[in-house]
Design a protein around this ligand. Structure first.
Ligand SMILES: Nc1ncnc2c1ncn2[C@@H]1O[C@H](COP(=O)(O)OP(=O)(O)OP(=O)(O)O)[C@@H](O)[C@H]1O
Ligand SMILES: [Mg+2]
Length: 459
């Protein structure tokens, strides 16, 4: 009567067994459960219900003064209890709180699910399956993992997946982007500093390694650390301890390290830019995440995944991708890999007016598979660039990068063409070319990597 008066729908059951059946059929938002009942008693019903659905809130009704049973009920998963005789006030207030809480935890569950989908690794291609197998083997261990692969292939996603599947999952995943932190700050960022240890250190700072204690530290773009920082990181890896700047005290840390880079570290070692000993420390379990063009089979699935996610995030109607559009998306070169694919799909979902995405809706360069619109355009790399070759799009150096959409694209394409031209003139001698075009060798190396320029074999 109290409940109905308050506007709740209410169903009764005369025994434990009857209750179980009713609950499974009706899926109520909460259960009030008496303890003393004929046949199956309340404690047994509680345990059974809890095993079926942990999140169902159950409030026990106990006889006067049976504290021991009440404690046991709470231990077995009941959220609260009423003592007989029931007080109207307490029933209403408790139920209101319990339902509110139930709503919140349901919301929480939905959010978690949404997060899960954000971290889902989509794809079934053999290339990706290889990666997932390595992830599975590496996850339960404490071994250092080195993730290698082009920009946008999913290195960060893989790093997070390893952490989430490791025994450290309950602890922190601390990410450090070594390329984004200015050289003079990176040490204090990684190792922390004491107040007053240098000009500007007005507060004490706990470093990332300390923050990641018992968890995982993700050293992203690890190829971009200065020599000095490399030496210090090496020390932490060897000793498992850090020293804050301005402090002589060493602090023990227990961190699992995952590092990532899109650089070729072995070449960087040859050039004297990366410490070999640090490389060996990091390279315990190398995992190469292949570029998207080596797993084109995954593209349709990825497109569907990003389309669905965008629709949910932006409250849009789902859209179909016509087969011809999907074909073009699957053929395209995706220099920016999955990140570029994701951005393209997001844009299409938001900007395409119709219910379906047709091939006409795609950006011009994707539609025409017009590799010349991109830096990739002036592909000189014969065998190193199989799809440009198979698409029959291996134009020689173009003086006017046709179809370059943005100023940026135009500049990149022009710069690339220029460099290729100069390299050819100098027989692909890097030092000589660098000298002639008056740029440091290191800069030229950077550009070669940025544009994926490889020495042509057939000239
Ligand atoms: N297999 C995949 N399934 C679903 N989403 C993916 C997959 N791989 C990558 N992504 C998504 O693509 C985007 C780029 O991935 P991520 O940031 O992990 O790449 P990265 O290799 O770290 O790139 P960079 O070197 O530029 O930092 C992210 O939004 C990521 O969630
Ligand atoms: Mg990254």
């Amino acid at each position: 009567m109290i409940l109905e008066y308050e506007g709740y729908q209410f169903m009764g059951a005369a025994s434990g067994q009857d209750g179980l059946t009713t609950i499974q059929r009706e899926r109520p938002d909460a259960v009030l459960l008496d303890i003393k009942m004929p046949g199956m008693d309340g404690m047994e019903v509680l345990r059974k219900l809890h095993a079926i659905d942990e999140s169902l809130p159950i409030i026990m009704i106990s006889g006067h003064g049976s504290t021991a049973t009440t404690v046991e009920a709470i231990k077995s998963g009941a959220v609260d209890y009423f003592e007989k005789p029931l007080s109207t006030e307490r029933v209403i207030v408790t139920l209101r709180n319990v339902l509110k809480q139930f709503e919140l935890s349901a919301e929480n569950r939905d959010l978690k699910l949404a997060m899960e989908s954000r971290y889902e690794i989509v794809g079934q291609s053999p290339a990706l399956r290889g990666v997932l197998e390595s992830v599975q083997r590496a996850s339960p261990t404490n071994a250092t993992v080195l993730l290698l692969g082009e920009s946008g292939v999913g290195k960060e996603l893989v790093a997070r997946t390893i952490h989430r599947n490791s025994p450290r999952a309950g602890q922190r995943f601390v990410q450090v982007n070594c390329a984004a932190i200015p050289e003079e700050l990176i040490e204090s960022e990684l190792f922390g500093h004491e107040k007053g240890s240098f000009t500007g250190a007005t507060e004490k700072q706990v470093g990332k390694f300390e923050q990641a204690d018992r968890g995982t530290i993700f050293l992203d773009e690890v190829g971009d650390m200065s020599q000095k920082t490399q030496a210090k990181v090496l020390r932490v890896l060897q000793e498992q301890e850090v020293e804050r700047l301005g402090s002589a005290r060493t602090i023990k840390v227990d961190v699992r390290v995952i590092a990532a880079t899109n650089k070729n570290l072995e070449e960087a070692i040859d050039r004297g830019e990366f410490r070999e000993d640090l490389y060996f420390r990091l390279n315990v379990i190398p995992i190469v995440v292949p570029p998207l063009r080596e797993r084109r089979d995954d593209i349709p699935r990825l497109v569907q995944h990003f389309a669905k996610r965008t629709a949910e995030e932006h409250n849009l109607k789902p859209k179909r991708f016509e087969a011809s559009a999907m074909d073009a998306l699957s053929r395209y070169r995706w220099r920016g890999n999955i990140r570029e694919l994701r951005n393209t799909v997001e844009r299409l979902m938001i900007m395409t007016p119709g219910e379906a995405v047709r091939v006409e809706d795609l950006p011009a360069d994707v539609r025409n598979n017009d590799t010349s619109a991109r830096p990739a355009a002036v592909a000189v790399a014969g065998p190193a660039s199989p799809d440009a070759a198979s698409a029959g799009a291996v134009p020689k150096v173009e003086t006017q990068p046709a179809g370059a959409g943005t100023l940026r694209e135009f500049k990149d394409a022009s710069e690339r063409a220029y460099l290729v031209q100069k390299l050819r003139e100098n027989n692909w001698n890097i030092s000589k070319t660098a000298e002639i075009i008056d740029t440091p060798r290191s800069n030229l190396y950077k550009k070669l990597e940025q544009y994926g320029i490889k020495q042509e074999v057939d000239g």
